[in-house]
Design a protein. Structure first.
Length: 158
């Protein structure tokens, strides 16, 4: 399994990534959104799983999940937070990512990695059984994507 792990400078999380590497996973580790983005843009690199810290300075882990899913829809994601935040957890799940809050044990992260390795990708598109929303004019309302929700679509154009 190819894992892109973004620690945001958090040494505790970086040590968790080292444990995943010791467990036999192929882990490419980065510290920032920008350096992770360079990996994602590389034609030579394919990732199966993104593990990212929620705190990434100017961006956050949800930005990276959104960016990744904009062109790697089959990539699973895990967002790790330094403290439990129900809003961040809800947002992570909204984008199809798992959420793990500190303090965490290495076996918790390993269990999520194992689940991502055996589970089919999560599709965050609107379920087919829900009718599309309409404006008062009767026109279909455009679907909000992860890119429009977090402004990543503007970032991608630059």
């Amino acid at each position: 399994m190819q894992i892109l792990a973004v620690d945001g400078g958090d040494q505790m999380l970086a040590s968790q990534f080292a444990r995943l590497r010791d467990a036999g996973h192929n882990v490419t580790q980065r510290s920032t959104f920008e350096t992770a983005r360079q990996i994602l843009l590389s034609d030579d690199y394919h990732i199966d799983l993104l593990i990212t810290n929620l705190r990434l300075k100017a961006y956050n882990g949800l930005h990276l999940v959104s960016y990744t899913q904009s062109f790697c829809a089959n990539t699973a994601a895990i967002v790790v937070d330094n403290s439990a935040d129900p809003v961040s957890e809800l947002e992570a799940h909204r984008f199809g990512a798992e959420y793990l809050a500190a303090p965490m044990q290495s076996d918790q992260l390993q269990a999520l990695v194992d689940a991502a390795n055996t589970k089919s990708p999560v599709n965050i598109s609107q379920p087919a059984d829900l009718p599309p929303a309409h404006h008062p004019s009767g026109e279909p309302e455009p679907l909000e994507t992860a890119g429009t929700a977090y402004g990543i679509d503007t970032f991608l154009k630059n």
